[in-house]
Design a protein around this ligand. Structure first.
Ligand code: AHR
Length: 509
């Protein structure tokens, strides 16, 4: 959490941090990924058989290596909107017998060459845990139960045996399952009402947990600030006899999912837009508390956290989904992603998981072509946060001037402050403090008094910036990357205009 004292623009900014002021744990799953059967994410992205860059399974080795750098602890699959007409059985068993199907979310053809077993194998190579999303469009509860049994079953039962027949003896132990994706949306196959969804989700949750009570279920929310969220949370986060062994210490619903994409061609609106997500998280956490209070959920049931399982910068007109959503990101977008990540760190007490949408090619920091990969500007903040902003969130107090112009979405202006410096801090498990500071201004360096930097070893500095906010990266040139340096930790630090700076030090004890 970061608190703000607003000061007049031009007065010296100040940041106070203290490694003793630990607020809450940052879940590793905050750095989750997402791979959907969409555009070139799977085919031509992570799976590219025949390409000399691919391994014996057809997986791109350069992509696996890049994913290992980012270290997503969990990856969501297979959609997204794609999942609303996906039948998982189409994607298992001998490849030459898998059906080709028309695909209704992105209007392509799904060959089913890549399915559950391939995804599990890819996750194992990347070192990530799978998170599967169930088909709440054309899918049935029977199919969903079959998928859980296929992945996790240990007994002598049909789908568990089918998995064994397909070459995998041991269960995959898939822990995270989503109860549908964006089923409220007009763009969905089998869009539904909040009332119908809540009833169905609760009944499916019960059956799924009767089959396997080790799984964690994620409710399908909207933006976090909608009547859909308030209704489905109220109906599904409750204290009912639901047939499970102990409903005083566990519940059917473990997390509530929300999605948000931000973008603007105006730099300051682009970089302040992720603050809508911060308010969305606070509102959703409030709705969860409200449901628990009204539904008398005992405090012994762990509080449901938020699964922000799609987030990123995306302008859907600039990079339409049906055309593969291949955004070319700029430095401004990299700073927006930095603010997004600061939001997750500041709000870590509410975040159970977050998944950047998406991991490869589709609105992604990582792009492939036939001969290699490109790391977009947004790659660098994601890498730095995933490496250094782990452990626990530290309280920060900030004295800063604020940007007071228009915001996108518009309501952000009336709901939250938008300081020139966007700040979060973490204390990792090795005892190092990392302070992440985004100077959103495209015009001014900001000299800042730093209180609480007490170290005998000096400070490691990582800076992500570039010539101008609209520069982008290509295979040939990295206009935006990370620069490393040292600082003695004394006095003030000047955060350069349009930059992300991470200061990392071992506090003196
Ligand atoms: O991530 C791209 C798409 O955005 C997903 O398929 C969908 O869930 C969202 O609308």
């Amino acid at each position: 959490m970061t608190t703000l004292t607003k000061i007049p623009n031009g007065q010296q900014a100040r940041i106070s941090v203290d490694p003793r002021n630990v607020i809450s744990r940052i879940e590793d799953n905050t750095y989750g990924g997402f791979t959907e059967h969409m555009g070139r994410c799977i085919y031509g992205g992570i799976y590219d058989p025949g390409n000399p860059l691919s391994d014996e399974d057809g997986f791109r080795k350069d992509v696996i290596e890049a994913m290992r750098e980012i270290k997503p602890p969990v990856v969501r699959y297979p959609g997204g909107n794609f999942v609303a007409t996906y039948h998982w059985m189409d994607g298992v068993g001998p490849r030459d017998q898998r059906p080709r199907r028309p695909e209704l979310a992105w209007l392509g053809t799904e060959t089913n060459e890549f399915g559950t077993d391939e995804f599990m194998r890819w996750c194992e190579k990347v070192g990530a845990e799978p998170y599967l999303c169930l088909n709440f469009g054309t899918g049935t509860l029977d199919e969903a139960l079959g998928w859980v049994e296929y992945c996790n079953g240990t007994r002598d039962t049909y789908y568990a045996n089918l998995r064994r027949k397909n070459g995998r003896e041991q269960p995959y132990k898939v822990k995270y399952w989503a109860l549908g994706n964006e089923v409220y949306g007009a763009w969905q196959v089998a869009q539904t009402t909040k009332e119908d969804y809540a009833k169905k989700a609760y009944q499916w949750a019960k059956a799924l947990k009767l089959l396997d009570d080790s799984i964690k279920l994620v409710l399908c929310g909207e933006s976090g600030f909608s009547s859909w969220d308030s209704h489905v949370i109220k109906e599904c986060i409750r204290f009912d006899p639901h047939g499970l062994a102990d409903n005083t210490t566990s519940s059917l619903i473990d997390m509530h999912s929300i999605h948000l994409y931000t973008a603007s061609s105006d730099h300051l609106q682009n970089v302040t837009a992720p603050l809508a997500a911060e308010r969305a998280i606070e509102i959703t956490a409030g709705l969860i508390d409200l449901a628990r209070a009204e539904n008398r959920v005992p405090p012994t049931v762990p509080k449901q956290k938020i699964c922000f399982d799609e987030w990123n910068v995306w302008d859907m007109f600039r990079a339409p989904g049906e055309q593969g959503a291949e955004e070319q990101y700029t430095l401004s977008d990299a700073l927006a992603v930095s603010v997004w990540l600061n939001v997750f760190i500041r709000q870590s007490r509410h975040i159970g998981m977050a998944n950047i949408a998406q991991s490869v090619n589709v609105i992604s920091p990582l792009m492939t072509d036939k001969t290699g990969i490109t790391k977009q500007p947004t790659w660098w903040p994601l890498l730095l946060f995933s490496k250094y902003m782990r452990g626990s969130t530290l309280a920060v107090h900030l004295h800063s001037g604020v940007y007071d112009g228009p915001t996108r979405p518009e309501w952000v202006r009336g709901a939250v402050e938008t300081p020139w410096l966007d700040v979060s801090a973490a204390l990792d498990d090795d005892g190092l403090v990392t302070l992440a500071v985004v100077n959103i201004s495209s015009a001014q360096d900001i000299e800042t008094q730093l209180e609480g930097v007490s170290t005998s070893e000096g400070v490691q500095v990582y800076t992500v910036s570039g010539e101008a906010v609209d520069v982008a990266n290509t295979r040939e040139s990295q206009a935006v990357s990370v620069q490393e340096g040292r600082w003695n930790g004394k006095g003030s630090y000047t955060f350069p205009k349009h930059s992300l700076t991470m200061l990392r030090w071992r506090p003196r004890v």
